[in-house]
Design a protein around this ligand. Structure first.
Ligand SMILES: [Zn+2]
Length: 89
């Protein structure tokens, strides 16, 4: 006897997983933040997706990032530095 609940629930969970972690980050709303490194003062763009990962739920609008120029790690507020809403595919 096959457990029908599991047979129905498993594909549903898999579809939800795919939508949340693959489709939304790729095709959902994307934002670009212009961040400024506190060490070398150079500006760089950071593309992010609102609420797509567990990390973003935990840290809110703050991201720990490495500067692409000098490699300095710093915590940036990506909400206040948001410059554009763009949909890229
Ligand atoms: Zn830097």
């Amino acid at each position: 006897m096959v457990d029908l609940t599991l047979v129905i629930a498993l594909p549903v969970i898999m579809v939800l997983f795919v939508v949340l972690f693959i489709l939304l980050p790729r095709y959902g709303p994307h934002y670009t933040s212009r961040l400024k490194c506190p060490r070398c003062k150079k500006q760089f763009n950071y593309h992010w997706v609102p609420g797509a990962t567990l990390t973003s739920l935990r840290y809110g609008n703050r991201r720990r990032l490495k500067c692409p120029y000098c490699g300095q790690e710093a915590i940036y507020n990506i909400a206040t530095t948001r410059v554009s809403k763009s949909k890229t595919s």
